[in-house]
Design a protein around this ligand. Structure first.
Ligand code: NAP
Length: 428
């Protein structure tokens, strides 16, 4: 175990909310920014606007229930707001603010013309029927309507929201506007202007970024052992792509537990098992392992694709992987980040690693507003190119300046945002 006495305890997950984590990240980045842009940094430490809404709905039993919802625009200097909608019982304003800020940085790292936004409703969607979820989504969309629009703010799916949620949002917005507005959300079903390749895009971006990193540290993907936390949208697609590339997926974890097979799991069979039984646990050819065993798994690559604050000072010392790829947003606490850095573990930061989703969301938006649709091969080729170029820019900056990839990605993203502010000037 590491001696942590030199790492300030205020950097622990118990002391920092997600927004404070973002502020610590900005503090670490500021000294590395172009001195001409540095005076503008305080703009990034304040969200541009935050809307808190009450979302009352009629339950199936006739009673009324109230849920709190949020939509935050962190920064719109480079374009309309872009960021997902999360349904989770732990959603807070601090979390949505941080997620919106990470979207600002992420959109700038992959250089798509969007600002950063995020939304969420504090709800456990598993407690609601499909009809109740539809009413929740439609009322939430109406409550945040004043912020939305294809040239203002374009939501997308996040944890516990999906294509159906986006279809309801698009329909509700369109009904309120009196026209069909395809470009107002992304991650829609293909039948409604969705993009080919969007479903796997984040997982694909995670895979491409990891391949790029592995090559540079002399690791061969086809020989690699991979552990994946989270088996949803992002984690399942990433696990499948690693497995298809010949890597051994040796462990998977979701909120129901962790499973392992040191000889390699059959990712598609586990997915089918999960769809049937609602849990990974019990999938054929796998053994159930503890959470600690998951973190200390004999793996070369660890993909974290679940939630924030999963790698902490408690488990960062257990990790045996040489390479970590952050499919999730904010999965590593600032305290754990220092431990991983000291241990020489390469971390591909969230603002780069999971940018594949927003990149294909950008393609979906372009296709919707031009009413001209591309093939899946074109989309994947464009996605791979953007991910590889962004990865190379971040890697080079990290090496040249002698900083971590997280700091380098933030420097790249923040400088693009601050440059937009500089040339736009200050209104009035
Ligand atoms: P998702 O489809 O809802 O999947 C989340 C996965 O994480 C599920 O397998 C869930 O397990 C698991 N999980 C939740 N809490 C966990 C815990 N405490 N321990 C272990 N596993 C846990 O969500 P997603 O869209 O894949 O998003 C995952 C992460 O990627 C989030 O941080 C999100 O912000 C980020 N992200 C997503 C996208 C995108 O395009 N979807 C893009 C960029 C970033 P259960 O199913 O058992 O609950």
């Amino acid at each position: 175990m590491n001696n942590l006495s030199h790492i300030p305890s205020y950097l622990s997950a118990e002391h920092l909310g997600p927004w404070e984590t973002f502020l610590v990240q900005i503090d670490r980045v500021e000294p590395h920014l172009n001195p001409e842009l540095r005076p503008l940094t305080p703009i990034l430490t304040r969200p541009m606007r935050a809307l808190i809404v009450n979302v009352p709905i009629r339950l199936d039993n006739g009673e009324m229930a109230h849920f709190e919802g949020y939509r935050v625009h962190h920064n719109l200097a480079r374009g309309p707001g872009k960021g997902g909608i999360r349904y989770h019982p732990d959603v807070t304003l601090s979390e949505v603010m941080a997620l919106s800020a990470w979207m600002t940085v992420k959109n700038a790292v992959v250089n798509v013309p969007f600002g950063g936004a995020k939304g969420g409703v504090r709800v456990d969607p598993r407690q609601l029927s499909l009809a109740e979820l539809e009413r929740l989504t439609r009322r939430y969309t109406s409550e945040i309507h004043i912020l939305l629009g294809q040239d203002k703010d374009i939501p997308a799916p996040d944890i516990n929201t999906n294509e159906q949620t986006m279809a309801w949002m698009m329909d509700t917005y369109s009904m309120n506007e009196g026209r069909t507005a395809m470009g107002v959300v992304t991650g829609k079903p293909i039948s409604l202007g969705g993009s080919l390749g969007r479903k796997d895009a984040t997982g694909r971006g995670v895979f491409v970024a990891t391949v790029e990193a592995a090559r540079r540290i002399g690791m061969n993907i086809a020989d690699a052992k991979v552990a994946v936390q989270g088996f949803g949208n992002v984690g399942e697609a990433a696990a499948r792509l690693f497995s298809d590339a010949g890597a051994k997926v040796v462990a998977l974890q979701d909120s129901s537990g962790a499973i392992a097979n040191p000889a390699g799991l059959d990712v598609r069979a586990v997915k089918a098992w999960r769809q049937q039984h609602g849990t990974l646990v019990g999938a054929l050819g796998t053994e159930v392992i503890t959470t600690d065993s998951f973190w200390s798994m004999d793996a070369d690559i660890l993909i974290v694709a679940a939630m924030e604050n999963q790698i902490t000072a408690t488990n960062a010392g257990l990790i045996r992987a040489r390479l970590i790829c952050e499919g999730a947003n904010g999965p590593t606490t600032p305290e754990a980040d220092l431990i991983l850095q000291e241990r020489g573990i390469t971390v591909i930061p969230d603002v780069l690693a999971n940018a594949g989703g927003v990149t294909v969301s950008y393609f979906e938006w372009v296709q919707d507003i031009s009413a001209f649709f591309w093939t899946e091969d074109e989309i994947n080729a464009r996605l791979d190119r953007i991910m590889r170029e962004a990865f190379a820019a971040v890697w080079e900056a990290a090496k040249t300046k002698g900083i971590t990839m997280r700091t380098a990605a933030f420097v790249l993203g923040c400088e693009r945002v601050l440059l937009a502010h500089k040339v736009r000037g200050l209104y009035p």
